[in-house]
Design a protein around this ligand. Structure first.
Ligand code: SF4
Length: 296
């Protein structure tokens, strides 16, 4: 925060978060809605023992289909300072987590940076995963250089009308594309260890939305033209019409198998070499965690 208030993310809303919530619905210290071993990330993130996920409340996007709307728009759990977040990281590692997976971390970068330093000083050895919607500024991401090992950004949209309609951010691509460049600069291509687990690098995620295969094509076109074809992309089929999706047809229905198939075929037609695809069976509410504040 500056004396002008919080300018951490592209909203630059200038809120005094010591006293008020910002446009991200987040005070300065994060509420943690859940900390647990999470089995439903990509195989090189979850592995056999699970990813040590820490779910933060609040979000700087306003996705009408948000699957975590209980915690993106509401408060669950209790507030944690940097030392307490560091302890959570060490507890998750002691339970066997392959990595520490920070979910929706953008509004808390100063706290998270301190927590990572503290946890490393206290012996944390597993990689740090920064799991983000990519609506971030380069200036804020630079504070994480050398602290984050694996970036897991979404690239949700290219078209500003669609990003405005579905996520309330007409400038999403302008910021997300620059943010992903910075993440790539910091960590490079995905590197796996001998067991096939992610050690360092970037994986770009894209959720295919109902009725939006053309937008998926634009996203894949951008990635294929802008990065090496070796970049890892996780093309997700797990869309479920949550939250206010019923008011935004065709988001009010599941993704069709034929829509996902067209998206996958298009990705391969571009020569993308590391395109991870998902079973359609992943599109169920069962894979959404229950947010109860439990961090035991
Ligand atoms: S992180 Fe939150 S408070 Fe800070 S600028 Fe972004 S929306 Fe505003």
């Amino acid at each position: 925060m500056t004396s002008d208030g919080c300018m951490l993310c592209p909203r630059k809303c200038g809120t005094d978060r010591t006293n008020y919530m910002g446009a991200c619905n987040a005070p300065i210290l994060p509420y943690v809605a859940k900390a647990a071993l999470h089995m439903w990330e990509e195989p090189f993130i979850s592995g056999e023992r699970g990813s040590g996920a820490i779910f933060f409340c609040g979000c700087n996007l306003k996705c009408v289909f948000c699957q975590n709307h209980d915690i993106s728009n509401g408060i669950v759990g209790k507030q944690y300072d940097a030392d307490e977040v560091a302890k959570l990281m060490l507890t998750l590692e002691s339970r066997g987590a392959h990595n520490i997976n920070l979910v929706s971390p953008a509004p808390f970068v100063p706290v998270i940076a301190k927590a990572i330093v503290r946890a490393r000083n206290d012996g944390l050895a597993v990689p740090i995963v920064y799991n983000t919607n990519a609506y971030e500024t380069v200036e804020t991401l630079k504070r994480l250089e050398g602290l984050v090992d694996i970036y897991l950004p979404d690239l949700k949209y290219v078209d500003s009308r669609i990003s405005n309609k579905y996520s309330g951010a007409s400038d999403y691509f302008d910021y997300a594309s620059k943010a992903i460049d910075e993440m790539y600069r910091q960590c490079g291509l995905l590197a796996l260890d001998d067991a096939g687990m992610a050690r360092k690098g970037i994986v770009i995620r894209h959720l295919v939305l109902p009725g939006s295969v053309d937008e998926t094509r634009r996203v894949l076109d951008y990635i294929a033209a802008h990065f090496t074809k070796e970049i890892n992309i996780s093309l997700m089929s797990q869309y479920v019409p949550f939250y206010n999706a019923c008011k935004y047809p065709p988001l009010d229905r599941p993704l069709l198998k034929r829509e996902y198939k067209r998206a996958v075929e298009y990705g391969f037609s571009l020569g993308l070499e590391n395109l991870l695809i998902q079973e359609m069976s992943a599109a169920t509410a069962e894979y959404t965690p229950v947010f109860d504040g439990n961090c035991d």
